[in-house]
Design a binder for this molecule. Structure first.
Ligand code: AMP
Ligand code: MN
Ligand code: MN
Ligand code: MN
Length: 277
């Protein structure tokens, strides 16, 4: 079964509308898709309807931005009730801070001579409350500051670079409470991507497990083969279920297309078993 449980639509910082994303997944041979927009679940209904039309299975998903020990981390929620007030209200509180963060980012960029980036980035965001660093990156490419978004992140939008500002996201405990109260399963997104050393990451994973977190992404569009092996070992060690997700954002921005990633290591227990699939 080809399961892809992590991707983005124009609801957050992806480049395809939810329905087009689902059709592309089906064309790529995906059997089970989860749409996991950042801090937003507004695309789930149309995505599910489209999945029904094209005959693939669909899992409700979201990717929640959190902060742990001053590190920004992403928690994917899967298989929840999208009507849950706890989840709906919790996600609204995170979105509430994004516009103000974007103003501060634009202020920092203006200090180094890049003017107008708040309005410029906003042109790329369908919903202003979901303004993301990815939208700033697209605007800086448009300006010709860098050749592609990857280079914009390297030089401008990450900690220590001039366009980065600190931000208070949700806490780990909040995010797991929202997911669990909505009946969902919590998954650590792309665990190799965080700016922490392995001992700190183990400490984080222990807290995540103590709070009821069940799974980690082992096969991810952003993992090297070595990182997949490392997180397979960590999943065995912690007793985590394993997830697989491309983190696809768009045809020309993501290296990994929907469903086009290796299978999970065969001995791991896939998270989709716990989702009743
Ligand atoms: P934000 O939620 O506003 O902090 O933006 C985070 C988003 O920026 C991620 O979900 C990715 O879509 C994008 N992003 C982060 N780092 C990189 C990178 N190194 N290259 C390309 N896109 C990135
Ligand atoms: Mn993104
Ligand atoms: Mn992420
Ligand atoms: Mn993602």
């Amino acid at each position: 079964m080809n399961c892809d449980l992590h991707c983005h639509s124009t609801i957050s910082d992806g480049l395809l509308p939810p329905a087009d994303l689902v059709r592309r997944a089906a064309a790529n041979g995906v059997d089970v898709l989860a749409l996991t927009d950042h801090d937003a679940i507004g695309g789930l209904e149309i995505a599910r309807r489209t999945a029904d039309e094209v005959g693939i299975r669909f899992v409700n998903g979201v990717e929640i931005s959190i902060e742990w020990n001053e590190t920004s981390i992403h928690i994917v929620g899967l298989g929840f009730d999208p009507q849950s007030a706890s989840l709906v209200d919790g996600l609204a509180t995170i979105r509430g801070g994004r516009i103000e963060r974007a103003r501060r980012m634009a202020g920092e960029l203006a200090r180094i001579g890049i003017e107008g980036s708040f309005d410029g980035a906003m042109k790329y965001a369908e919903d202003p409350s979901l303004i993301s660093r990815a939208h700033f990156a697209r605007y800086l490419v448009e300006l010709g500051v860098c050749a592609d978004v990857r280079r914009v992140f390297e030089s401008y939008l990450v900690p220590g670079k001039p366009g980065y500002v600190d931000h208070r996201w949700a806490s780990l405990a909040d995010s797991l409470q929202w997911i669990h109260e909505a009946g969902g399963i919590a998954v650590v997104a792309h665990p190799a991507r965080y700016k922490v050393n392995l001992p700190s990451l183990r400490c984080f994973l222990g807290e995540f497990r103590d709070l009821g977190g069940k799974a980690i992404e082992v096969t991810s569009g952003s993992h090297t083969p070595e990182q997949t092996q490392l997180f397979a070992r960590i999943a065995r060690e912690f007793g985590f279920l394993a997830s697989r997700g491309s983190d696809f954002h768009g045809p020309n921005e993501s290296y990994t297309d929907l469903g086009k990633l290796p299978p999970l290591p065969a001995d791991l227990e896939p998270v989709w078993g716990a989702l009743g699939l």
